[in-house]
Ligand binder design. Structure first.
Ligand SMILES: [Zn+2]
Length: 191
């Protein structure tokens, strides 16, 4: 699929990988898949997520197929630097919710020879770039876009459409309020 060998070859020098896409696109599943491989390679991994995401359990990254990995919820991106001294692989889920300091934190981690794996939404519910995702995509060595299936027409979906009128971006956690749509159906639904 993607260049896994290439990704693994960059281990010694540190690197940044981004897994991005809409809601229901399997970002967290892909993050967990990479973490399991790292574990198999006897690498020490730690998983972080912002405290704003409390959908299920504050102590876990929870993916849709209930394949779970323990994570630490942190108040700010800078806090991550306190926990990674003996860690080889630093994974961050829901990375779009961190404030802009996340960009420097990821650079610092990669420059300390850590493999940084980020998962997050590339666009908000209006179809605009989400938070610091554009910067993170720019500084990453590897970018993987994953896709959902359009719930209206069955084509490849890249947009997260919100049913309610609430304009609070942070609420992009409540899954039941959203459906994945392709560009065409997103345009139609917004009208
Ligand atoms: Zn569609």
């Amino acid at each position: 699929m993607f260049l896994e060998t290439e990704i693994e070859n960059t281990l010694q020098t540190g690197s940044i990988e981004v897994i991005c896409g809409s809601m229901f696109s399997g970002k967290t599943e892909e993050l967990i898949r990479r973490l399991n491989k790292a574990k198999f390679a006897k690498l020490k991994a730690a998983v972080f997520k912002p405290k704003t995401d409390n959908r299920y359990d504050d102590q876990q990254v929870v993916s849709h197929d209930a394949n779970t990995v323990k994570s630490k919820a942190v108040d700010s991106a800078l806090e991550i630097l306190d926990f990674v001294t003996k860690i080889d692989v630093v994974a961050i889920d829901e990375v779009q919710f961190f404030s802009e300091e996340i960009v420097d934190v990821c650079k610092t981690l990669a420059n300390k020879n850590k493999r940084v794996i980020l998962a997050g939404l590339d666009m908000d519910f209006l179809g605009n770039p989400f938070g610091s995702m554009p910067q993170l995509l720019a500084i990453a060595e590897h970018v993987t876009k994953v896709h959902a299936v359009c719930s209206d027409c069955g084509k490849m979906a890249s947009h997260s459409f919100r049913f309610s009128n609430n304009k609070n971006l942070i609420e992009l956690g409540q899954k039941e309020e959203y459906k994945p749509l392709c560009r065409g159906c997103f345009k139609t639904n917004l009208k």
